[in-house]
Design a protein around this ligand. Structure first.
Ligand SMILES: Cc1ncc(COP(=O)(O)O)c(C=O)c1O
Length: 377
């Protein structure tokens, strides 16, 4: 039996209710949501709204219309970043960001449109909000911070950074890729203007789903213009949410599955959190006890998401991940699309092995995994 410890990439297995919801959407509601007025189209529209409402509840967003469906977290981050920035703006982000943030910002910087400052975390792996404050300039228009590092799992002080952003009057975007669905999120308490998330990780939805929360008063330039099924007499993109940012046919089967995933997660969030935390701790302690294993994740249980990042002896991480794959253990080696995080850890050449826990993992799997690492050593 495979051990799947690659949940930070995408969660597996998806609950059966998710699979069923996808199938139902493709059979019983197979129409274009928000367009025609026949029975299946109305049902499709209801599914899209139901998912939006469930996401809004998980985000603490209040108004569901402020949650926009996207195709993944990268799509949401592109909308948030490109939709916010203007020529001459300065952006503060962290070294821990994923390429879904870094490449978007570097592309804008390379074209001379923006300037960028990356803030490094302290030796403990956490960004100091004071360092974010110090990096601000009069031209700073956006602060971007990952909620939890996808390399080390370190949960960042995103609420304290929100206070820095608020005090400075700077727009604030959180990348929630490794957080929403795996820990409580309250966008208002976090003080963020924008919160980007995937649907296919801890929310247990299908790939090709994700979204962006947009706070009241925040207006973005859309990434795409096009048909929305509303205001069709106008040649201008509507101002109303969510249509402004959802041109074209949405991923109905994916969104149906995501709604089921949200329902599944919301009904047992504290149980999932407790189980993932205990398993992650067992994994961390087991690896920490092995001579020859180097750990990169924070030692404090409360400071990390369900990720443990490590290297085995002097093996290149890809070789270690391949050796585990041959034992039918799924982990991810390499750089995890976060080169600056690895530069900070000193693992840019070698990468690291990332084991990431999900809702269906067990203590027995952790034990078998630890045995496999011992054998590698
Ligand atoms: C921190 C972080 N941001 C963004 C992304 C991109 O997510 P997606 O694959 O849904 O575009 C990931 C994916 O692993 C991630 O871990």
């Amino acid at each position: 039996m495979q051990i799947y410890f690659d949940n930070a990439a995408t969660s597996h297995p998806k609950p059966y209710c998710v699979v069923q919801a996808v199938k139902r959407a493709l059979t019983e509601a197979n129409a274009n949501p928000g367009r025609s007025g026949h029975r299946a189209a109305i049902e499709a529209g209801r599914i899209v709204l139901d998912c939006r409402e469930r996401l809004a509840t998980l985000l603490g967003a209040g108004d569901a219309m402020r949650v926009v469906h996207c195709f993944n977290c990268t799509d949401a981050l592109n909308l948030a970043i490109k939709g916010s920035l203007h020529v001459g703006d300065h952006v503060v982000a962290t070294c821990l960001e994923h390429n879904s943030v870094l490449r978007v910002l570097y592309a804008l910087a390379q074209r001379g449109r923006i300037t960028l400052t990356l803030v490094s975390p302290g030796p403990d792996g956490f960004v100091d909000p004071e360092d974010v404050r110090s990096a601000l300039t009069p031209a700073t228009a956006l602060i971007v911070c990952t909620h939890a590092s996808n390399v080390t799992g370190a949960i960042q002080p995103v609420a304290a950074i929100g206070q820095v952003a608020k005090a400075a009057g700077v727009r604030y975007l959180i990348d929630g890729a490794q957080a929403l669905g795996g820990m409580p999120v309250d966008v208002k308490a976090l003080g963020c203007d924008l919160y980007a998330f995937p649907g296919h990780k801890s929310l247990l939805g299908p790939q090709g789903t994700g979204g962006l929360y947009i706070a009241p008063g925040i207006r973005l330039n859309p990434l795409r213009e096009g048909g929305t099924g509303t205001d069709s007499h106008s040649l201008l993109q509507p101002e109303t949410l969510p249509e402004r940012y959802e041109s074209g046919t949405v991923n109905l089967p994916g969104i149906a599955g995501l709604a089921a995933g949200c329902e599944y997660v919301a009904s047992r969030l504290s149980q999932i959190m407790m189980q993932e935390r205990e398993l992650t701790q067992a994994l961390y302690e087991g690896l920490n006890a092995m001579e020859g294993v180097t750990l990169y994740s924070p030692a404090q249980e409360a400071g990390r998401a369900g990720i443990v990042c490590f290297n085995v002896g002097d093996l290149p991480s890809a070789q270690a991940a391949d050796a585990l794959a041959r034992r039918d253990i799924a982990v991810r080696g390499g750089l995890h699309c976060a080169p600056e995080a690895h530069r900070f850890l000193g693992t840019l050449r070698r990468g690291a092995v990332r084991a990431s826990i999900g809702h269906a993992n067990t203590f027995e799997e952790v034990e078998r995994f630890l045995q496999a690492v011992r054998a590698l050593l």
